[in-house]
Design a protein around this ligand. Structure first.
Ligand code: AMP
Length: 513
């Protein structure tokens, strides 16, 4: 079993249906997509690449991403998706660790050869055209024999500390994730369209799988990334679109809709479903998003180790404002997705009762096979079938999971646990606050002190006294920030996650004599 036959299946079922778009331009029908991918598989094999070998993709979002992905799978290879924003030295490290043989790259990202590779192909070159040249009959190119537990996607975690780890994602993992989309996220019809406004090297790219299962259209914005005005325009022309977006991107989409005076009807024409996740979405932000753009949101929680598959907060639950626990549910990440079990556990792995805070564990067919060539890290993360996510949260009696924080982000001040997320939620309800991030600062007396970094709304200038009064009105006294830092922007990683480590380092630097 592998993911490769999904493409052949769809190419037979609807050969002439539009499949891949480069902006508004049709790039390939399903027949053509399969012909390109099968052609690539044929040539990879002829060049001596063997099933199980790794091929690196270090490129901007492009329709060719999907041709390369399925071509590699057709030949039985595993793909190493590399974030386009990584430094060449980081890429070289990943290529060596993964023992990758070939790489397909966007020329501007890798002007020099990545060390250790046998071959590096610029995806816009004549060499790439030759490798991807369509065969007359895709079905005539044999699909490599693969097992469900074979490696499909070797994903390097962003790794805020230390070296990134290669997460081994198998064909079964991705098949489970793909089928789970239909059960927990959304129905997909053949005429639907998914837009890739987030990096295809991450979860957003994996959503190609359910959309291929349903024979939908795959649209890569001409900008290759996120531009709110472009997405609205694409939505009008090819939509309504579905897409995956990190919370910061959702925020910018909603800002754009508001500033451009687009009403809910305009949002409905452009967007079918906006799946958000990957970082906390604050209750105040999702309420505004729902108000401005209507019922087109679904939240998912997952991590590279169980891609896109942990919990989901459905469209229905996001809308169900009459429910007595609606507000609590809005601040949650929803319930376990159909293919997995979710547990909140104590340090020994025992399930904790509702309301108690512990580490979030996930078990099911979406969970990684382990870390590549790293048995120690694998043994720490996978215990008796459960994935220890490093996230901290609690379940309610109905199974809704509320994340508190990453375990390392927890602040302990005067012996009390403070979850930054709770303080951030409160700060964000102050009208002049656009973004907030709360971290702990070492303190001789208290162990740690709560410090809030606040990005004011344009034109606003909240004072520490105002923010303090606001927090005191809503939070236990010991949780309120003792120091406020007004900043223009928060440091974020390539996926839009706030880098709390960088904030802590900034504080440490200001304390040095
Ligand atoms: P990554 O492996 O880079 O995708 O990062 C996964 C981490 O992002 C998770 O372990 C969580 O800490 C965080 N995360 C993912 N989805 C959500 C969500 N819906 N809400 C809050 N945090 C999330």
């Amino acid at each position: 079993m592998s993911l490769a036959p999904l493409l052949l299946r769809m190419a037979r079922l609807q050969p002439d249906a539009p499949a891949l778009y480069d902006g508004t331009r049709l790039h390939a029908s399903y027949r053509e997509w399969a012909a390109h991918s099968a052609g690539l598989a044929l040539r990879l094999r002829a060049a001596g690449l063997q099933p199980g070998d790794r091929v690196l993709l270090f490129m901007h979002n492009h329709p060719r991403y999907l041709e390369l992905l399925w071509g590699a799978w057709w030949a039985g290879l595993a793909v190493v998706p590399v974030n386009a924003k990584l430094h060449p030295r980081e890429v070289a490290w990943i290529a060596a660790d993964a023992q990758a043989r070939w790489a397909f790259v966007s020329a501007d990202l890798a002007p020099d050869p990545v060390a250790g590779l046998e071959r590096q192909i610029d995806i816009a070159s004549a060499a790439a055209d030759e490798l991807l040249a369509p065969v007359a009959e895709a079905a005539a190119v044999p699909l490599a024999e693969r097992q469900p537990q074979d490696l499909a996607w070797l994903f390097y975690t962003s790794g805020t500390t230390g070296r990134p780890k290669g997460v081994m994602i198998t064909h079964r993992n991705l098949m489970t994730m793909g089928l789970g989309y239909f059960a927990d996220v959304d129905a997909i019809a053949a005429g639907d369209a998914i837009a890739y406004a987030a990096p295809m090297s991450h979860g957003a790219g994996l959503y190609a799988i359910p959309h291929l299962m349903a024979g939908a259209r795959h649209v890569v914005p001409a900008s290759g990334g996120f531009d709110a005005a472009e997405l609205f325009a694409l939505g009008r022309q090819l939509g309504p679109l579905s897409l995956f977006a990190a919370p910061t991107i959702v925020k910018r989409l909603v800002d754009h809709a508001e500033q451009a005076g687009l009403d809910e009807a305009a949002a409905a024409r452009g967007f079918k479903t906006i799946v958000y996740g990957g970082a906390p979405m604050y209750a105040a932000d999702i309420r505004r998003a729902l108000r401005v753009m209507g019922p087109r949101f679904v939240q998912i929680y997952g991590q590279g180790e169980t891609p896109m598959t942990g919990t989901a907060l459905s469209r229905h639950h996001l809308q169900d404002s009459g429910h007595p626990r609606h507000l609590a549910r809005l601040a949650s990440v929803g319930v376990a997705q159909t293919p997995v079990q979710v547990r909140v556990a104590d340090a020994a792995g025992r399930a904790l009762p509702p309301g108690e805070v512990g580490e979030v564990l996930v078990r099911g067919d979406s969970v990684m096979a382990g870390y590549w060539r790293n048995p120690e890290a694998t043994a720490a993360a996978l215990r008796e079938g459960w994935l220890w996510t490093g996230d901290v949260g609690c379940l309610d009696a109905d199974g809704f999971l509320t994340l508190k924080d990453r375990s390392k982000d927890l602040i302990i001040s005067g012996g009390s646990n403070i979850y930054p997320r709770e303080v951030e939620e409160v700060l964000l309800t102050w009208p002049g606050v656009a973004e907030a991030a709360v971290v702990g600062m070492p303190d001789a007396e208290w162990g740690e002190l709560v410090v809030a970094f606040v990005v004011p709304q344009p034109g606003a200038a909240p004072t520490p006294a105002q923010l303090d009064a606001h927090c005191l009105a809503q939070l236990a006294r010991f949780k309120r920030p003792r120091r406020y830092e007004l900043v223009d922007a928060l440091p974020k990683n390539h996926y839009g996650k706030v880098l709390k480590t960088a904030l802590r380092e900034r504080l440490a630097a200001t304390r040095r004599p």
